[in-house]
Design a protein around this ligand. Sequence first.
Ligand SMILES: [Fe+2]
Length: 344
Amino acid sequence: MPVSDFQMVEAWTKVLKLSRLEPRQNVTILTSSATHPQTLATALIATQSMGAVVNRLDLPPVNGEKALSRDSLAYLGTTPLTGNRAAIAALKESDLVLDLMTLLFSPEQLDILKTGTKILLAVEPPEVLTRLVPTEADRERVLAARARIARAKEMRIVSGAGTDFRCPLGEFEPIAEYGYVDEPGRWDHWPSGFALTFPNEGGAHGRIVIDRGDILLPQKCYVNAPIALTVEQGFATRIEGAIDAQLLSEYMASFNDPEAYAISHIGWGLQPRAHWSTLGLYDREATIGMDARAFEGNFLFSLGPNNEAGGKRTTTCHIDIPLRHCDVYLDGEAVVRNGVVLDR
Ligand SMILES: [Fe+2]
């Protein structure tokens, strides 16, 4: 159901206050052809009402002819900022960038963050944004999970469906996504609510069974027949199963890139206001599936790049897969059991 402009202005104001926006700071709102008009209009009002100096930077879309879907996270690599010195300069000079376009996983984003600019991605539809306005409690919970990951040398994931998967840790810093940007140089995504890291390069191994009811993104579908992934030396080397496995396999093969099969981020959902069932209620083009990524207790893993964490892999393929009913262990200690987070 729609939300009012007033509700969206209130939601933006909460997020901007949590992000410590101060009067006279420079905000640049980054837009493209798929930006939601209500999200943009209300961001303009909220930022100006807080006394910020506000710009809007609208960039033409890229890669539409290469991607097989309209999802903004489905095809990575170049962005409208690639080679765009004028736009990069404007963003580097901003205190805060509201990314209503999707810059994720681009080297330009990392360069801009290094200057101290904060970047907040917000591309879900307004009613999802208003339901999932972040809180300080979200932050504390996600930061605690990140600190727990930072102390661990191994993440192991086991499930009744047949998953038994091990990832050595330590090469890459863990990341907390809690939905706002309260530190200089911080990137985050509203909405979110999860902690993640990346396995040591070449170290992930075992078997992952994507069970009936688990979700594939950007396909934005619930799996109907289990898909078994064999993971060796950091890569999915076999994708086995019935029709869902064939669909996943064929889609990944279309990128013609061995790096597409690398294990990317791993972590678990910590957002109680996100729901596993939401995806089934939405038109696939109306959402990027943040409920599916963030719902509490899911084990979220990804296939594709690790440059977000400072790794070398930059494949354009990016698949996120939240699994239900997993046990997640850090150095043998359970942090999630059968899809229930054990931090309370
Ligand atoms: Fe991902």
